[in-house]
Ligand binder design. Sequence first.
Ligand SMILES: [Cu+2]
Length: 504
Amino acid sequence: MTRLFSRRGFLTSTAAVGAAGIVAPRLGFGQLAAQSFGAPQPSRGLCTLPKLVVERRTIEVNGKAASIFGITAPDGSSGLTLDADQRFLFELVNRSGEATIVHWHGQTPPTDQDGVVETGYEGPIENGETHVYDFATRPGTHWMHSHFGLQEQTLLAAPLIIRSPEDLALDAQEVTVFLHDFSFEDPTELFRALTGASVMAHAGTAALANVARPAPASLAQNSISNPAALALCGGGTLNTIDYDAYLANDRTLDDPLVIRTERGGRVRLRLINGASGTAFWIDLGTLQGEVIAADGNPVKPVMGSRFPLAQGQRLDILVDVPAGSVVPVLAQREGERELTGIVLASPGASVAKIENMAKEKAFPIDLSLEAKLEAVTALPARKPDTKREISLSGTMTPFIWTINERSWAERKDIRMQHGQRVIMELRNNSLMAHAMHLHGHCFQVIGLEDQPVAGAVRDTVLVPALGTVTIAFDADNVGRWLFHCHNLWHMAAGMMTQLVYKYA
Ligand SMILES: [Cu+2]
């Protein structure tokens, strides 16, 4: 685990490719698409490309072996770190034993390299097959995860860090914290307990919604007494599933990752909520941290010690660990007491055991931080060309979640024109919060409830139960783009649609 986020290996391997004078093939997108849909490909010289490998691995959770997925970088580490001047040029190799597709969350590639099957550009990568990806990177703290079936729940997910020249100049030790929720139950069983639906083995996540039927009352009753008990909280519902563990960099607080501080104790935390069904409060205890980026995009600094982080979101936080001290960086499950996290420790400081339960239950995550965030680089000022109202709805029983009253299977595409400034008012009519993620674009948060704001530029925003959040973006990346809730269970039960625009 100490090599988890090492980046040297990759830099060395790309340097070696360059030094040997081997020129990687630059495929046109037509070629890429053709290759994507074909039978298993012969190597055709692509062996010169660095490989990202999707495979199974085993970790220990609560003292038991757990078989999960992973995405392994060329240097053998989990996850990937690139410098901003490097293209994302990889052969994605599927050795997982089943079909998959991997989405580059936070990147804005051409639409046919987004790593999803639902928009129709790419087919699934069958076991043993590869896809090649080649696009300019967007700097920041991002991640990559399966967009296929329920694989994300089984940790087919990893950090994807792109370091800008400013990051490299910042004199701080970089520590990536990748949060997840874990269950020993098969995700298809968890989903069946929620919906009463069977799950097709070979399907994009959205296709699961095709088989999600309203659960008969008896099934809904059963699901509540199922080991995957539904956690009901107050009038609304906070957590869909009670997990067996909450992980930070694959570990629980029984045996957390301990990072010894360098450079006078200045640390840049790159926090990623890769959990499928859990939102967290990041808790720095008595220490004050400085938020400097949201979803990889710089924000004007905001000080604090407790920060909400919805599914799919990222926060970069600068902290100064005083000499001789130990600072747990904790993540508390919203509405509950469970904790996970890592430990920052000064050299020589002794690390005591950390409780894995907070003294008190956390509140639901909210917009308290969002309201303070302000983009360093806002969208250029211009008049909007079109405004859309988007309604988010759904219920636990039956377990069906919709956008504009339609599930993915029955969706009406949201159509716009290339070059438009688009405003979307996201109105949550349901009693659960939704972490809404737009593929292929960054949007700016411009309204929280009735308040106009000049908020963060990001790709995933929390819309609280019965709340309204307004976002603006420029339709500058032609194609078909998914827009969905990043609670995997909501997405699988229909909460996804598609934005569509062509070249004018
Ligand atoms: Cu949702």
